[in-house]
Each structure stands twice: as C-alpha cells, then as structure tokens.
Design a protein around this ligand. Structure first.
Ligand code: UDP
Ligand code: MG
Length: 329
C-alpha cells in the first residue's frame, strides 16, 4: 500500500482526559500518556479536565502541569458529568487531532501511536472497540447490553462494545463544537456525525486505583437521556400501544355485548380490576415518558451553558490572571 505522508509531520495532537475524584490516578495516568507521546516525536498537549472533584484532583493536576508544560488543566466549577467534561475538553483542545481517553488508564495509552497512524492514513474518526470489557460484574455487563440493545432498536445506532476512546480530526471537533444541545451522548453523537471512520480493537485494562465513578443512578440517567435525546420512537410506540388497545376494545366489546344480550354476561370484578390496573399503568407510563421528553425540551430551550470553567493552569490564558502573590492558600 502506498504510504501518504502529507504535510502531517507538523501535527499537533491534543489528548483530552476527564478526571473526577481521581487523585490517586493522576500522576500515573499523565506520566504514562506522556511517555507514549514522547516516543512519537510530535508536538502534543494534554488537556486535563477536573470535573468538579472533591478530592485533591485539582491540586495534583496543577502540580503536574507545573512540571510539564505540555499539560493544561481546567477545573469545572462543579461536577457536571463526564459528557460535559468531554465537551469542555473538545472546546479547549487545539490539536489537529484530538484523542479522548478515560483518566483511569482503562483506555490504555499504548494504543495512541496506532490511532495517530490511522489518522495519518486519512481517517477522520478513529474509534476504539472493546474486545474484552475487563473485569466487570455480570450485572453491569447485562445492563450495558440491555441498554445498547434498546438503544440500537430505537435509534438505529449500534453501540455494543463502543467506547469513548476515540480520535477525532480537527474538522470533526470543529463541527462537534457547533452542537448546541445540552444532553450530549458522545459515543452515539460522534457516530451519528459520519465522516471517514475506522475502528480498532483494544483491551480494557483494569482500573489502577479507586473505583468506577459511575453510580447506578448516574448511569441510568445517562441512558435515559441518551435514548430520549436520540429517538422519538418511544412516543410512536405508545401511540401504537393505544391502537392495539383500541382493537382489543372492539373485539372484546362485541364478545361482551353478545354475551350480555344472550343473558350470560361474565360476572365478577376480576377482569375489570385487571384491565383497570393494566390500562392505568400504561397510561401513567406513557404520561411519564411524555414528561421526560418535555423535561428534555425544557433543558434544551433554556439553553444553559453545559459547564463553567472555574480555573485553568494555562499561563497564557487571558481569562485567568496568574495570581503571583505570596498568600498561602
Ligand atoms: N468522570 C468524569 N465525571 C463524572 C464521572 C466520571 O469526568 O461525573 C471520568 C472519570 O474520572 C474517568 C472517566 O470519566 O476518567 C470514566 O469514568 P469511570 O472509569 O468511573 O467509568 P467506567 O470505566 O466505570 O465506565
Ligand atoms: Mg473506568
């Protein structure tokens, strides 16, 4: 195969890493990543986002960024969630290509050279696909597969084994930054965007320190938001359900009336109670679903910013004057 080396020798690569309460991880993650990047002989920056951590994540990040001028740390004003942290990173990254990576080394930096090589071949989106999901409980695997199954049915986007470990070309990042929606779902949106894509398999490493930062509720919320912001099919499904019930009504109405006039109407409340409960719950669930869409509209219409940057370590940044007073904090 012909090897095209365009003017891509002067590339600048950004690596965006979100951190939430990962203080024990930071040094190892940043150092491992830097070591890989340095073998490549390219210009790079690491954009580390502190997603409103309550431990010493920010202190660790600022300490590290003093040591390494290639690391820029950005602190969000509170915990906005990984999706918002990704948005912040993509907005701040300056590279010709931007690599997104988890902060716990579960997306191993050793794959970075391969990602960059694929990008240099001309691919605009390079996506990591999990070959093994690492150590994960049965339950979490089951719920993940359940979610991906439902999501694929509803939105037509297959995400099984997809991950947030991706490289995006500058062009794609610029387009990403034009999205105005609040409820982003990076994994699916970046696939929805199209462009020249390629996947590469990677093995999920074990988390080096701490535990997963996703509680069950947080994941459930992300999943719900993802479905609702991606598909209006649930709304069509509940209308469909209504039609099915109407058909059932006609059939049962004829049967019931015939029996009634024949003098042997069904007695007992059992049927009535069961039907009441069934219809009642379906109506309530449908209403709730409608409510979720309204809530999502509400969030989108308000159009609040996705995140606020409280502080950065970027010395050249105009928004953040360096305080050089001797005051102790
Ligand atoms: N994360 C974040 N904000 C959050 C939750 C998580 O920035 O509210 C970061 C976290 O620090 C990590 C990445 O997102 O770098 C993936 O999180 P985690 O490893 O907990 O997820 P899992 O690997 O269990 O899916
Ligand atoms: Mg992880």
């Amino acid at each position: 195969m012909e090897h095209r080396v365009e003017k891509r020798d002067v590339d600048f690569i950004s690596v965006v890493i979100p951190f939430y309460n990962e203080s024990e991880q930071i040094f190892m993650t940043l150092e491992t990543t830097e070591r890989v990047l340095q073998t490549l002989d390219i210009a790079y920056e690491i954009v580390a986002i502190d997603d409103g951590s309550v431990d010493s994540t920010w202190q660790e990040l600022s300490k590290y960024s003093m040591k390494s001028s290639n690391v820029r740390a950005i602190r969000l004003s509170r915990n906005f969630g990984k999706e918002a942290a990704i948005c912040a990173g993509l907005a701040e990254a300056k590279g010709d290509a931007v690599i997104l990576m988890d902060g716990d080394l579960q997306h191993p930096p050793r794959y970075i050279p391969e990602m960059i090589a694929l990008w240099r071949e001309g691919y605009e989106v390079v996506e990591g696909v999990k070959t093994s999901r690492g150590k994960e409980s049965r339950f979490s695997r089951f719920t993940a597969n359940l979610f991906y199954g439902i999501f694929a049915k509803l939105s037509g986007i297959r995400l099984k084994d997809a991950s947030d470990f991706k490289l995006l070309d500058r062009k794609v990042v610029d387009y990403w930054n034009t999205f105005t929606e609040r409820d982003t779902f990076f994994r699916a949106l970046s696939s929805w965007m199209g462009f020249k894509r390629i996947t590469f398999p990677f093995e999920v490493d074990e988390r080096k320190a701490g535990g997963s930062k996703w509680g069950f509720l947080k994941l459930a919320r992300l999943s719900l938001n993802a479905v609702i912001s991606f598909s209006s099919r649930p709304l069509i499904l509940i209308s469909g359900l209504g039609v099915i019930f109407l058909v059932m009504f006609f059939v049962l109405a004829v049967q019931t009336l015939v029996r009634y006039f024949g003098g042997n109407a069904a007695t007992g409340f059992t049927t009535v109670i069961l039907l009441q409960l069934l219809i009642g719950s379906i109506v309530l669930i449908s209403l709730g679903l409608l409510g979720l869409y309204v809530a999502s509209l509400f969030r989108e219409v308000k159009g609040r910013p996705r995140f606020f940057i409280a502080e950065t370590t970027d010395l050249n940044s105009e928004t953040e004057p360096e305080l050089d007073t001797g005051s102790e904090e």
